[in-house]
Ligand binder design. Sequence first.
Ligand code: SPD
Length: 352
Amino acid sequence: MKRITLLFALVLLITLIGITGCGKKKPTLYIFNWSDYIDPGLITEFEDANDCKVKYSTFDSNENMLTKVKSSVQSFDIIFPSGDHVSILNELGLLEELDMAKLPNSSNLSPQLLAKARSFDPENKLSIPYAWGLTGLMYNKKFVPQEIVASGGWNILGDSFFEGKNKITMLDDAREVIGAALIFSGYSVNDTTPEALAAAHEVLKIWDRNITQFDSDSYKNELQDGTTWLAQAYNGDALQQMNENPDLDFILPKEGAAMWMDNIVMLRNSQNKDLAYKFIDFMLDKDVSKRNSEYIMYPTPNKAAMAIMDEEFINNKIINPDEEYLDKCYMLDYLGEDIRDIDKIYEDIKMN
Ligand code: SPD
């Protein structure tokens, strides 16, 4: 008799849960983005407004992102690759073609930056430009004397002041490392001719005497505590650190810099496409985009957001350098098979 009552209670409970929706699992959106690249308050706001859960994970290089995405294609709904990797993900057949009717806020995007994005997404239908930036050198003024950085060029990486000190890092990113050496040697970051790559290789052999590690994340803390004195760094990441520590500074090298645009894409295998569209459109809202840009310290391709941005942000020359400087910068383009030549040099430098 007791057993029948217990069974009855259980059935009643299950029925009640079904009717009231209590215990119903909230829809979950899986997002994979660069580290330190979103205002976390926005994620909470999106969750509250849409009664959903966001599972947010981060990566610190396009290469790591690609390895993870390839090995677990059903793990993410939305990811944030750089332009060249939008092409790579598309070649692998992993991207969902976006339905712009579901993204009304996409009209906020800058036509000029959409035109730039056509170099990796020819019809602007696979990716939504999210942020763009430049790569330069961040250093700690407590350890690096002004005369060492006074030249203002990439040659600082090879300065004899650093010899034997093990105090310089470069990004763990083949395109950025070889790109810096190419620019210093007078070539574009996309030049893969044998002469250009040979020149970059020779320069890197010299710089490598001072380089302790190739790393895209821990250098941020290491620059604070003096473990690292000078590091190749993304401009917005540098500004985030400089806000916390006045001893840190950043230069955009005089020869020019690599420029890149990161984007939001939806994976074809996404299990939550409606929610993914809602999230992308939320990030495209001009007020949300402004808040996010001011938090991450990178300029946004959202023209409507840029129009309402605080003066301080607009006038910051690390965020918004003059046209004259931008003319010396090169967007990291998709290189197809030629990437192998870049990877070969990068591996050689890392191994020796
Ligand atoms: N913390 C965010 C860094 C974003 C850098 N993205 C672009 C890298 C291109 N090599």
